[in-house]
Each structure stands twice: as structure tokens, then as C-alpha cells.
Design a binder for this molecule. Structure first.
Ligand code: G6Q
Length: 538
């Protein structure tokens, strides 16, 4: 991180260490308006943050001094900013609905992007209209997506979020875990002659996905009695045509993408195919339009009026200035139940790094821990700690003015809680208030709320494909901004490799016919031996 610019931020924090949201709001009746902005269908109220106009200016200077503007331009221009993998980072091209070309290695990638989208549309229309027939001539009623990590979390999360837009007669399932239970329980719910498997894997070599895909293939062949059935019941999304063909999937039923699409940023690529089958190509295009609107905002708005930049800077303020270890994402919408899990990967895999771009140890803490649950469930569980615990946990509250299910007064009650929580977190309840309410003196300390807990409020009209696409892009760019300021590479994930390599070795040791000489530490050796004994292996 840029020390000089950060010093100024820290000095400001120190000079205002008694900063209080109560005072800030009392002193400036127009604070809410001053600290609210709109972009791509979203309103962000960031007034309930521990910031003054002067601190914000210093944070924006930190972004400027970290060459953020140049970094944004480089990403959109297809520069190879993922240096450790020598790749461009162009998920923004996947939803580039303008006529502008996007160049990678001197070639415009947009014609290919559009061609894949067109073949995805044709395929999903066929499945939805019952034109794609299984091996025995039946229409598809069940779709099972097989993938993991970036090839699973996005599609399953977005499918759930956009459930009101889905064709309900097609039943979707998502299998990711190599735990056989995941596949076994899924196969119990589907009928082979009406099931389509979408195998999603950028590399088509991932252990979990290939194991699940092979189990599904064996099951299908057994149920339908012929290997020829595979071509009618399996399609692939991958960058690896050779492996797809070797698996037995006709490559004309393969939807491609490119090495400049990172796994956790791949939802708007062909990895979104199960979502497109579920919501249809028109809604999928609206989803992409939302992403594109936020992309345009991010690429063009000045840094001090730029939603992803402001959210990124506020996150840095709490992580690096206040030592906050985590932040909570709290969507007040049941459809967004998996949103925090999706952001966990996006944020923690991108910015969970401790070495800077020059290969040195970073001079500051980096990516925060992300967690959350949909409101109001969390209020009856972990909000206690946010209100009265000893840690600072900044929160993003995400809500909508209209529900897809206007059942009685549910939505008003939901949103009353939504607004009440940010108010309670910001302003708390003083001991004087408690006393004036007749709270016995012994209980006053327990019933006092310090307040001053920072929150962002993100509000949109309704959870539509367009608003949802924009929201995902907002978080993608927020993560990018933070990576730039921390001076780390956000688009690689070397930290997941070691465990994978060791697992391959251990698998051999668990399953070999004869016991091999184990050369791990004494704990791992003993655990492997214990497992072998339990399975009566020699
Ligand atoms: C994401 C990661 C990782 C990846 C999975 C699946 O950014 O790279 O989560 O998406 O490991 O990889 P495949 O798509 O190659 O199976």
C-alpha cells in the first residue's frame, strides 16, 4: 500500500478517534444526502460510516496515488494484469453490450463472445421449448449442473436469486462436492431419460468435477443401457476441447470461454449456461445489461463518485485503519441466500494474499473475511455480537423496495427490520436513555448499545436480473479496487494448489493395495493409518 497516502488517512483517523455517528449526523442535517449516490439501478447510502468529507478526500487520494484510474483502464483494455499467470482479465468483455471492440493480443474478442452467447441462447431455447430430446425421445425435465468453485458458486447462487424468473417445470440441481452424497442424493431426485447434465469446468481436469461427471455418466449409461445416450444427455462448458471429447461429449455440444476469464468471475460467460436455461436468454441478456451498466459506471465515474471505489475505500478504512477482520453481507431477500457464499470466493480467493506485486511481504493486512446470512434470520443469531461484541464488523445491508412475493405485510415488516438495524447499529442506545426508561441500574450496562457500528445500505427497486447483474459487478469491482490499493495480484489463486497436490499423494496412500512407507509428519501418518485400518486395508 502507498505509505505516504495511507499515513495521511491514518493521521486523520487518529485526529478524529472519538468520531461519533451521532455527532456527525447532528452536526450536518444534510449528511444522508451528501453521502448517498446512485449507479446502475442501485442507491448506496454510505452516510452511516465513520467518515468525514476530509477523511473521504484522503481515501480518494490514496486511490489516486495507487494509480487506480490507470489500473481500471488497463483491466478494461485487456492488458495482462494477471501477471503471475500472464493473462488479461476481461470478464467485462463478456457483458460488453456496446459496439466497442475489446482487444486481446491484437485481436478483437467480441465476435467470439457474441458467437458463444448466440449458441448458448439457441441451446437453452431448445431445452426450454422441449426441442432438445433425450436418448429415448423424451423432453428434458431435470438439469444437473456439475462443477465446483467458480464453475458452481456463481450459477447456483444466481439461479436461486433469480428463481422468480425461472421456468419452474425444469428442475435444476447443482452438484459440486466430491463427497458422493452430493451426487447420490441428486440422482435420487431425477429420471435418467429426462435429465441433462451440464459439466462445467474451465480445465476439464478438476478432480471433484471429473469424479462427479464420471459417476453421472456411469449411472446414465446403466439406466439407459447404452453409451450412445451420453451425447444426448451431456453437454460441457470448458476451454479444453480435447478433454471434453475424451470424456465422450460431442464438442459441438461444448460451450467455450477463454483463459482471460477467471473462474470466480465466469458467471457471465458460458458458465452461466444453467442460469440461462433456467431464466431464458432474454432475461440472461438483461442480467448482462446490469453488469454492463455497472462496468460503465466504474470505468467512467470520477473516483469520488464511483460506487465500487467508495465501497472499496470504506472497506480499506475499516480493515487497515480499525483492524476489522471481517465484514458481513446481509441481503434482506431470501432469494439471495447464497450471495455471501459467492462473495466469499470472489473476495477471499482474490485478495487473500500476503505477498505484494513485487514479491515482498505486504506492509498491511489484505483481504477481509466475508460472511453473512439473509435478513432477518441473522438478527436472531449473530447480530448480538455486531451490536454489543468487542469486534468491529462493518456490514453491507442489501434490500429492495418491492418483493416478488407481496404476501400480506411481510415485505413491510422485512424492510422495517432492515432500516431499524442500520439505525440501531449507528446510533445505539445510551445509558441515559436506559435510565430514563426505568431500566434498573444493575441492568443499565447490559442494555446500553454503544452504536457507532458502520454500515452501507444498498437499495434497489426489485431483485430483477438487471439489478442483480449490476450488484455482482459492483462487488467484483470493489474487490479489484482493494487489490490495486493493497498492491497485490487479485486474479490468481496459488494458495489453493498445495492442498490439491498433497491430496493426490494421500489418495494413493489411502487406496494402495499394500501399505506404503508414509513420510508425512507423525500426525498425518497416524491419521492415514487409522483410516486404512478402519477400512480393513492392509
Ligand atoms: C476460481 C478458481 C476455482 C475454479 C475451480 C474450478 O477463480 O480458479 O474456484 O473455478 O477450481 O475449476 P475448473 O473450472 O477448471 O473445474
Amino acid at each position: 500500500m502507498n505509505d505516504l497516502a495511507w499515513d495521511k488517512v491514518e493521521k486523520d483517523i487518529f485526529a478524529n478517534k472519538d468520531i461519533s455517528l451521532r455527532d456527525l449526523f447532528n452536526d450536518d442535517p444534510k449528511r444522508a444526502g451528501r453521502f448517498t449516490m446512485k449507479a446502475a439501478g442501485w442507491t448506496l447510502d454510505y452516510s452511516k460510516n465513520l467518515v468525514t468529507p476530509s477523511l473521504l478526500k484522503k481515501l480518494v487520494s490514496l486511490a489516486e496515488d495507487s494509480n487506480l484510474k490507470q489500473a481500471i483502464n488497463d483491466m478494461f483494455a485487456g492488458e495482462k494484469i494477471n501477471k503471475t499467470e500472464n493473462r488479461a482479465v476481461l470478464h467485462t468483455a463478456l457483458r460488453n453490450l456496446s459496439d466497442d471492440p475489446v482487444m486481446v493480443d491484437g485481436k478483437d474478442v467480441m465476435p467470439e463472445v457474441r458467437a458463444v452467447l448466440a449458441s448458448m441462447s439457441e441451446f437453452s431455447d431448445n431445452v426450454r421449448k422441449g426441442k432438445w430430446l433425450g436418448y429415448t425421445g423424451k423432453k428434458i425435465k431435470y438439469v444437473v449442473n456439475i462443477g465446483i468453485g467458480g464453475s458452481d458458486l456463481g450459477p447456483v447462487m444466481a439461479y436461486q436469486a433469480l428463481l422468480p424468473y425461472t421456468k419452474r417445470s425444469i428442475k435444476m440441481s447443482f452438484v459440486s462436492n466430491v463427497d458422493g452424497t452430493h451426487m447420490a442424493e441428486t440422482l435420487r431426485k431425477v429420471k435418467a431419460d429426462q435429465t441433462l447434465f451440464i459439466v462445467e469446468s474451465k480445465t476439464f481436469t478438476t478432480q471433484e468435477t471429473m469424479t462427479n461427471a464420471m459417476t453421472a455418466r456411469d449411472w446414465l449409461v446403466e439406466k439407459l443401457g447404452s453409451k450412445d445416450a451420453v451425447a444426448k444427455h451431456f453437454v460441457a462448458v470448458s476451454t479444453n476441447a480435447e478433454e471434453v471429447a475424451a470424456f465422450g461429449i460431442d464438442v459441438k455440444n461444448m460451450f467455450g470461454f477463454w483463459n482471460w476469464v477467471g473462474g470466480r468471475y465466469s458467471l457471465p460467460s458460458a458458465i452461466g449456461l444453467p442460469l440461462m436455461v433456467a431464466i431464458g436468454s432474454r432475461n440472461f441478456n438483461k442480467f448482462l445489461k446490469g453488469y454492463h451498466r455497472m462496468d460503465k459506471h466504474f470505468a467512467t465515474a470520477p473516483l469520488n463518485r464511483n460506487m465500487p471505489v467508495l465501497m472499496g475505500l470504506l472497506g480499506i478504512l475499516y480493515s487497515n485503519g480499525y483492524g476489522a477482520e471481517s465484514y458481513a453481507v446481509l441481503p434482506y431477500d431470501q432469494y439471495m441466500a447464497r450471495f455471501a457464499a459467492y462473495l466469499q470466493q470472489m473476495d477471499m480467493e482474490s485478495n487473500g494474499k500476503s505477498v505484494d506485486k513485487q514479491g515482498n511481504r505486504v506492509n498491511c493486512t489484505t483481504g477481509p473475511i466475508v460472511w453473512g446470512e439473509p435478513g432477518t434470520n441473522g438478527q436472531h443469531a449473530f447480530y448480538q455480537l455486531i451490536h454489543q461484541g468487542t469486534r468491529m464488523i462493518p456490514c453491507d445491508f442489501i434490500g429492495f423496495c418491492h418483493s416478488h412475493n407481496m404476501v400480506g405485510d411481510h415485505h413491510d415488516k422485512l424492510m422495517a427490520n432492515f432500516f431499524a438495524q442500520t439505525e440501531a447499529l449507528a446510533f445505539g442506545k445510551t445509558s441515559e436513555q436506559c435510565r430514563s426508561e426505568g431500566v434498573p441500574e444493575t441492568l443499565v450496562p447490559h442494555k446500553t448499545f454503544d452504536g457507532n457500528h458502520p454500515t452501507n445500505t444498498l437499495l434497489a427497486d426489485k431483485l430483477t436480473p438487471e439489478n442483480f447483474g449490476a450488484l455482482i459487478a459492483l462487488y467484483e469491482h470493489k474487490v479489484f479496487v482493494q487489490g490495486v490499493i493493497w498492491n497485490i495480484f487479485s486474479f490468481d489463486q496459488w494458495g489453493v494448489e498445495l492442498g490439491k497436490v498433497l491430496a493426490r499423494k494421500v489418495l494413493g496412500e489411502l487406496t494402495s493395495e499394500r501399505r506404503t512407507l508414509l513420510q508425512h509428519d507423525s500426525s498425518t501418518n497416524a491419521l492415514i493409518a487409522f483410516y486404512r485400518d478402519a477400512n480393513k486395508r492392509d
